[in-house]
Design a protein around this ligand. Structure first.
Ligand code: SAH
Ligand code: SF4
Length: 394
């Protein structure tokens, strides 16, 4: 449709290509950027705000991908949009569904790189675990992603695009005529930035993508339903409070600098004390109730009663919840999961000190979708070939 309505320019006939010349992707532009882009193609400044609102709703409320379907826009304006812009999402390469309903998507982004996105359905919510980078610059010793070098940061469009793709797959865009209100509980109701990458090392792009996800006229997820997880990039924590304002989780994982240096090497740059100082300020700055401390349970490494007691002492005064994550193994991982009795004993000490201490049920383990198991399939294949070579001594 859009092609028929768009005036045919000369080079369309002569140069074979997928996209119109210089076409810019609208997905991932912030409102001010979208406004600029519309003005650049000749939209009168006085109309720009209204046009941004209209486009925004088509893109992010209705999930429409074809300018021709944007029926409240004049035909010639739609044609101009189609000449200059595209609405593009990353591409789903494969989808695996776990026995427990968890869905893992392998998603291809520009340049042929791949990231993983995981959807975890629960009775009262559905959580999407979003990636922010291809690979990671950090090298946490228990994390599969950490064994993959950083390839590149994702763009805002690639980050918000993950949410849009999964809404497509869940068939969760509102049907035309259903109004703009909430239509019952959402399948995709929560976002956790806990996929591949360190979100605070891709700050601007993550911020812009989350702003889009939170915008009330579009995807409209409340900032309280978005949790950003960081390994502890201290200088960016206050900035996240001010510029994003979502919930914060921190990959704490150890109660002494000696152990944390090994598990989360960024600790050598910003140690436990420095990190705790930044965390103390977060709830006030972001107006959120509490911080989630993530604590991966590694057998005989960080799981003693003494660790639990030290943890409680360290976080004193910080409104917190402690998420205990049973370690998820991956091929070649150098650690083992703590025994369940040990995890429960640890949880008990933390709980008795007055903190919620849920033990995270591993989800999607059968499809390697659990925390810390994510890694691009192409990388995984390469790694396992290397491993096979090492094992066979060839
Ligand atoms: N880079 C960010 C977010 C991605 S990791 C961060 O480190 O916080 C998401 C969570 O999974 C982190 O708490 C991480 O420490 C944890 N994780 C990593 N590998 C894991 C594994 N093998 N088993 C269990 N949890 C793991
Ligand atoms: Fe990167 Fe987070 Fe994995 Fe550490 S735990 S290597 S910061 S993705």
């Amino acid at each position: 449709m859009s092609q028929i309505q768009a005036p045919i320019t000369q080079d369309v006939l002569t140069i074979p290509r997928k996209l119109p010349e210089g076409a810019r992707n609208l997905v991932g532009l912030t409102r001010p950027q979208l406004r600029e882009a519309l003005i650049e193609i000749g939209t009168p400044e006085k109309q720009a705000k209204m046009r941004v609102n209209q486009l925004w709703q088509w893109l992010y409320h209705w999930g429409v991908r074809d300018f021709a379907e944007m029926t409240n826009l004049a035909k010639d304006f739609r044609a101009r949009l189609a000449e200059n812009f595209v609405i593009e999402l990353p591409e789903i390469v494969s989808k695996n569904v776990s026995e427990d309903g968890t869905r893992k998507y392998l998603v291809k982004i520009a340049g042929g790189h791949e990231v993983e996105v995981v959807y975890i359905p629960e009775t009262d919510r559905g959580t999407l675990c979003v990636s922010s980078q291809v690979g990671c610059t950090l090298t946490c010793s228990f994390c599969h992603t950490g064994t993959q070098k950083l390839v590149r940061n994702l763009t805002p469009g690639e980050i918000v695009g993950q949410i849009m793709l999964v809404r497509d797959d869940l068939d969760e865009w509102p049907a035309p005529g259903t109004g703009t209100g909430e239509n019952g509980p959402r399948l995709l109701s929560n976002i956790v930035l806990m996929g591949m990458g360190e979100p605070l090392y891709n700050f601007e792009h993550v911020r812009d993508a989350m702003k889009i996800a939170m915008d009330g006229e579009g995807i409209a997820l409340s900032r309280r339903r978005i949790t950003l997880s960081t390994s502890g990039v201290v200088p960016e924590i206050a900035r996240a409070a001010e510029e994003i304002g979502c919930m914060l989780a921190v990959s704490f994982h150890a109660t002494t600098d000696e152990v944390r240096d090994k598990l989360v090497p960024i600790n050598k740059r910003w140690n436990i004390e420095t990190l705790l100082e930044a965390l103390r300020d977060y709830p006030r700055l972001s107006n959120s109730e509490r911080i989630t401390f993530e604590y991966v349970m590694l057998k005989d490494v960080n799981d003693s009663d003494e660790d639990a007691r030290r943890l409680v002492r360290l976080i004193k005064g910080i409104p917190a919840k402690i998420n205990l994550i049973p370690f998820n193994e991956w091929p070649g991982s150098p650690y083992q999961r703590s025994d369940w009795t040990r995890i429960r004993a640890f949880a008990d000490i933390v709980h008795k000190a007055g903190y919620a201490s849920p033990i995270r049920t591993p989800r999607g383990e059968d499809i390697m979708a659990a925390c810390g198991q994510l890694k691009s399939a192409t990388e995984r294949a390469r790694k396992s070939r290397a491993q096979i070579a090492a094992e066979t001594g060839s």
